[in-house]
Each structure stands twice: as structure tokens, then as C-alpha cells.
Design a protein around this ligand. Structure first.
Ligand SMILES: [Zn+2]
Ligand SMILES: [Zn+2]
Length: 134
């Protein structure tokens, strides 16, 4: 039985030609594993194969898949670390509606969710009419 340990590489981009901390030529960077007991790296001729591979996040060590976006970072991170707020703006998000909702809630001393969509629509209509008269 082979005792060779398998692990998911934690990819980082290293610059073998760097002198100390000064990177001479960014183009010469290669993708390599950051784990201390691993010497794995991707030679330039197979560099394209890194995309789509599983890696470990360089911040939280979670598994994630390398793609063209997270690979723009020399130390790729998972989606959670790259977007720590976790805020996903829904497509329906409309700043005008939100503003009107806040305005109506404040005016009548209600909570935001107590303002109905119909009220908001009505108020926006009134605003449009007022704007046209200007
Ligand atoms: Zn490795
Ligand atoms: Zn992470």
C-alpha cells in the first residue's frame, strides 16, 4: 500500500525570479502549493489546467474551485472570504422604491415593512406628476 498522502493543494502564485520581496517580472509567476510539506507547482506549459481545480482558501482553508476571477488574486480566496459581507443585491432592488418606503414609514411612524407596495407605487406616481409640472 502506498503511504503517499493526498491533499488538495492550496494554490498561490509565486515568483521564482523575485529578488527578496521585489517581483521582477509578474509574468513569470507560477501557481504553486502553499502547504509547507508540498513542492507541487504548475509549470508554465500546463498553467491553463489550474483553472477549474479544487484549492484551499488562502484565508479560511475551505475548499473551493479556482476560476478566472479568484485567480486574479495571487492568493485566491473562496467566495465567502472574497465577499465577507455576504450581501447579495437582489435584481429587484430599486433605490427609488426604497427611498419612498423609508419616507412613507418615517412620515407615518410605521416600520418599513408596514408600508405597502401599493402606497409606494402611488407615491412614485405623484412624484412623477410633480416632476413633470416643474
Ligand atoms: Zn500541495
Ligand atoms: Zn475562505
Amino acid at each position: 500500500m502506498s503511504k503517499k498522502r493526498q491533499h488538495v493543494h492550496q494554490y498561490i502564485k509565486i515568483y521564482p525570479h523575485a529578488q527578496g520581496k521585489t517581483v521582477i517580472n509578474k509574468i513569470n509567476g507560477v501557481w504553486a502549493c502553499a502547504l509547507p510539506d508540498c513542492t507541487h507547482y504548475m509549470p508554465h506549459n500546463v498553467e491553463g489546467q489550474v483553472e477549474g481545480k479544487m484549492s484551499r482558501c488562502n484565508r479560511c482553508m475551505e475548499y473551493f474551485i479556482l476560476d478566472q476571477y479568484n485567480m486574479q488574486n495571487d492568493r485566491p480566496m473562496c467566495d465567502t472570504c472574497a465577499n465577507p459581507s455576504g450581501i447579495v443585491i437582489p435584481e429587484s432592488y430599486d433605490p427609488e422604491k426604497m427611498e419612498v418606503r423609508t419616507y412613507l414609514a418615517n412620515k407615518s411612524g410605521r416600520e418599513l415593512h408596514e408600508v405597502t407596495d401599493a402606497e409606494i407605487e402611488h407615491n412614485i406616481q405623484l412624484r412623477r406628476i410633480a416632476m413633470n409640472k416643474m
